[in-house]
Design a protein around this ligand. Structure first.
Ligand code: DGL
Length: 260
């Protein structure tokens, strides 16, 4: 493995682009090969074994492209497939999980709503995570498949549909003081959600922490790329549904605007 090798990043579709954008911001020298599996989206409504098989196929393709690390930019694929992927490949596999710890550390006791996919919320991994923080906290599970669809269908500007979906999931979150965004697709709604939820609700996500962890692992292994040339060409986007590639770029730029 060499510092100039690429990093593979994948998701069930377009949600992981929020992570790819964060990598581009924090680690601009790194070449990122992004793969979105929009043709088979959503993963969150499929059996665990199916998501495991899809994830394996994707990471095998990354291995053929000589990646130095893979980021599973998908909480669902992480809970379904991370252990198997780690057994099979010798590069680092960085997964994501709902950032429950971040919320729980901010205030005890508290009411925390975790917004994620059905699969994430009903896996053993989530059960274990929840048990770690159960004492002192009320944890509410809120599956939000509608938000994944709005992103994949390019409907982020359909404000009526976006607000209706967000209000519905907010109602299911009852009196939550924290909302944990446990699905990478949901990051696109963060600002609007904050407006609707009001200043007393804190919204937490795992993107920054994931990229910090990636940076730390690469640093430790002396695998950070020192070459700062061609930074603007360092993100490559592929998708199992090629008609989603233009939308993918639009979404990356949309995320980047939120950093400005
Ligand atoms: N973006 C994915 C996640 O972080 C899931 C979306 C899906 O259901 O495919 O969990």
């Amino acid at each position: 493995m060499k510092p100039c090798d690429p990093i593979g990043v994948f998701d069930s579709g377009l949600g992981g682009l929020t992570v790819a954008a964060q990598i581009r911001k924090e680690l601009p020298n790194e070449t990122v090969l992004y793969f979105g599996d929009s043709a088979r989206n959503p993963y969150g409504e499929k059996p665990r074994e199916v998501v495991e098989t899809y994830s394996m196929e994707i990471v095998e393709a990354f291995a053929r492209q000589h990646v130095k690390a893979v980021v599973i930019a998908c909480n669902t694929a992480t809970s379904a497939a991370a252990p198997l992927l780690r057994e099979h490949f010798d590069f680092d596999i960085i997964g994501m999980e709902p950032a429950l710890k971040v919320a729980a550390d901010l205030k005890t006791p508290s009411i925390i709503a975790v917004w994620a996919t059905n699969l994430t919320l009903h896996q053993e991994k989530f059960e274990r995570l929840k048990n770690r923080f159960q004492s002192g906290h009320e944890i509410i599970r809120v599956p939000c498949p509608g938000l994944v669809r709005l992103v994949e269908e390019d409907r982020l500007d359909d404000l009526e549909a976006v607000d209706a979906a967000l209000r519905d999931y907010l109602a299911q979150s009852r009196n939550a003081e924290f909302i944990v965004l446990g699905c990478t697709h949901f990051l696109f709604f963060k600002q609007r959600l904050q407006q609707l939820a009001g200043p007393n609700v804190k919204i937490v996500d795992g993107n920054e922490g994931t990229v910090r962890h990636l940076k730390h692992l690469l640093e430790e292994k002396h695998l950070l790329n020192p070459d700062s040339s061609h930074r603007e060409d360092r993100l490559q986007i592929d998708n199992s549904d090629p008609s989603q590639i233009d939308l993918s770029w639009k979404l990356v730029h949309r995320m980047e605007e939120t950093y400005e």
